[in-house]
Design a protein around this ligand. Structure first.
Ligand code: B1M
Length: 211
């Protein structure tokens, strides 16, 4: 039977075929699907996040690793669902109104999934009302707003204001190329991350999960 650490290494290296094969072998040998996710796949994506933060790898390597994890999750998700096992935390993510850039947002979404968050991706050009409706519908622990244009920073500010005014317990995290910690503080967001690796650490912190 393979070790979970072999699976972790395969994901971190973005080896899709090995990741799927090892997942199948672990399942066949009786490993619990939840252990495969939490002790095999998630630590692999954590390694990727750390390497990305340190500029040891770049967007393409990260995408390859995320795709390897996604393939393995396709095998595991039906088993987890039938056992009634769901991720503990739910996050909503989207790019703010007026903004169509989605590459960074998609990366954050993948990394959050890699950290075992349930992620509802609202896409791009998302109005404040849509974020609010989704946060209520899914009882979200976290809402993530991405903006790439200086001209859509006001939409981010409005969205934070509207979400805060609704009095939800949901935490709000912001990011994107023109966004800074100072801007996040100014608009009252609960967290800011400059990159996808840090976005996982901050998300865990905001929902109260030890990083
Ligand atoms: Co656009 N664009 N673009 N564009 N585009 C920029 C952003 C720009 C800086 C280019 C430039 O002029 N040098 C400029 C903005 C200038 C400004 O606002 N000051 C610009 C412009 C002007 C425009 C248009 C207005 C151009 C036009 O039509 N005249 C137009 C706007 C359309 C619209 O949105 N309404 C436009 C359109 C496009 C394309 C459609 C062609 C395409 C987008 C394709 C897509 O996303 N599907 C595009 C692209 C690709 C870019 C650049 C080249 C690359 C953006 C990108 O994907 N980066 C960009 C220039 C640049 O950044 N070098 C540019 C890679 C990605 C991984 O990084 O998104 O920053 P990024 O995400 C990072 C972090 O920011 C962070 O983590 C990610 C990973 O580390 N992060 C978060 C992101 N979201 C986060 C959320 C978090 C936390 C962290 O928490 C929730």
């Amino acid at each position: 039977m393979p070790q979970l650490s072999e699976l972790t290494a395969a994901v971190a290296a973005g080896k899709r075929t090995d990741t799927v094969r090892l997942t199948q072998e672990l399942l066949a040998a009786g490993s619990a699907p939840q252990d495969i996710v939490e002790k095999g796949l998630v630590p692999g994506m954590a390694i990727v996040g750390e390497q990305f933060k340190k500029n040891e790898i770049f967007v393409p390597e990260m995408l390859v690793a995320a795709r390897a994890m996604k393939e393995a999750l396709k095998l595991l998700e039906p088993l987890l669902a039938s056992a009634g096992i769901k991720p503990k935390y739910t996050a909503i993510i989207g790019t703010v109104q007026g903004d169509l850039h989605d590459i960074g947002k998609n990366l954050i979404s993948m990394m959050w999934r890699g950290a075992n968050f349930a992620v509802i991706d609202l896409g791009t050009n998302v109005s404040a009302d849509k974020y609010l409706a989704a946060a209520k519908e899914h009882n979200a622990n976290l809402v993530g707003l991405s903006a790439l244009l200086t001209t859509t920073m006001p939409a981010m500010k409005d969205t934070v204001r509207i979400l805060k005014a609704a009095g939800l317990s949901t935490k709000i995290m912001v990011g994107g190329a023109p966004i800074t910690q100072a801007f996040a503080d100014e608009i009252g967001a609960d967290g800011y991350a400059a990159d996808a690796g840090t976005a996982v650490d901050i998300a865990k912190k905001l929902v109260g999960q030890a990083a």
